[in-house]
Design a protein around this ligand. Sequence first.
Ligand code: NAP
Length: 517
Amino acid sequence: MKQLASYVQGEFRKGTGEAMTLVNPTTEEALATVCSAGLDLGAALQFARDRGGPALRALTFAARGKLLAAIADSIHSRREELVQMAIDNGGNTRGDAKFDIDGATATLTHYAELGARLGERFILVDGEIAALTRNPRWVGQHVNTSRHGVAIHINAYNFPAWNAFEKAAVALLAGMPLLTKPAEATSLVTHRIVEGLVEDSVLPVGALSLVCGSAGDLLDHVQRQDVIAFTGSAATGVKIRSHARVVSESVRVSIEADSLNAAVLGPDAEEGSDTYEMFLRELAKEVTQKAGQKCTATRRVLVPRDRLAGVERDLVERFTQVAVGNPAEQQVKMGPLATAAQLKRVQDGIARLGGRLATGGDRGKVAGTKGYFLAPTLIVVDDARKVAAVHTEEVFGPVTTLMPYDGTSSDAGAIVRLGGGGLVASVYSDDEKFCEAMLREIAAFTGRVYFGGEKVAEHAFGPGTVLAGLVHGGPGRAGGGEELGGERGLHHYMQRTAVQGYKPAVERMTDSHTRTV
Ligand code: NAP
């Protein structure tokens, strides 16, 4: 069986130890193996620092932006092949696969355009030039320059294209080489994209490295100018953040982790209204897209107490209409979970959540015993404060919990906050006073607040779609990290420095007087 090679020190190399087998989660057939044992990951990082770093720092933002456009073209030219791999290795429907792959391309394109706008420069100015005394000659200016290390990207299994290449886009535009490590179980797509980039000779030598297999001793080799960006579970995030070498070298770390995202139905959103229909439609999408294996999927649904029964009825109807099965078949809208281990984790999680099962909880109408299927699952909890697990247990599958609040923003806000910090919370209401009150209740606990209502019902993408121009990440449980957000994302890979000196010289050095963005 084919072993997916890693791409380190400018060439594809295979590991030599025990390999992990990648499986088709629909048929349970083995697809390939991965193994990173025996690879010199310290040497891989040093090669990136020595070769990739200088090559990228020699390029302006505009030139790096052109590299990103070329990466997007390379991915797009293999779109059909990648879609098929995501179906085979990830249990994705075609729609799920396109969401991942086109998400990567769209983010690369966003940052390619930002590169063009930033233009022929190497330094980003930050804020206004500041007079430091009464004499206008002597001034200060903050600037950002590329860090001289490697961006180490450790990714979750659910978005092998988007997760890897949204991070890559930002690091490369900021002038940092990267080493990307996809989760082992679904690494086929990331591997093929990197293979394509090498075939197409898109990037300077050392700008991009790939480790297929476990992280091994990777973190033992990090250095002070390196940056780690991690996406995955909170438990792994803690291990990375507290790794002895990461701590001793003060390595910059961004953690994107678990999130118990909430959706709140406003008291004004009556049955049959556009806003209520949007709430139902988007909930069904968030819970079933990628079989619920989305960090932004809605895990907690809050509705006014007198609406609980009606919403339960309508959600059960929507969930049971979803065609679950072999994702290669066109009429199927939801495939299996990605691995046997993930199915087991979800089943155990459902048991720990408690509450009343309104629908789902088993493989439903899917025939046979093969494949890691779980029907869309709705759990109802009658008192949100009595079942602690619904605010602490992220069940990473097509599972959500419905619970009542007393119809006030203060009660809804307090329940949302029990989640301890999340990536996104959505509020469905056309009552601006209620919306503003909710914003003040939950913004400090939430990376993104999404307002659904009749005015945007036909335009919005749903709370689960991460957009390159807005920050992604959240406080507390969600890891405290921040990615993307247009130019903001670059700062994670750059060093901010205060520059002091003679005003015209500072202006010329930093080029701040001709800044275009
Ligand atoms: P995971 O088990 O934490 O693994 C994530 C990555 O970390 C994998 O590449 C894994 O490699 C690696 N890893 C594991 N132990 C490590 C260690 N000691 N040192 C260095 N790397 C290590 O998470 P997952 O099951 O793949 O993903 C699901 C989780 O990701 C969910 O909790 C979900 O909420 C979260 N997620 C968050 C976001 C976000 O943006 N906030 C986005 C997507 C997913 P191996 O594959 O080799 O174990």
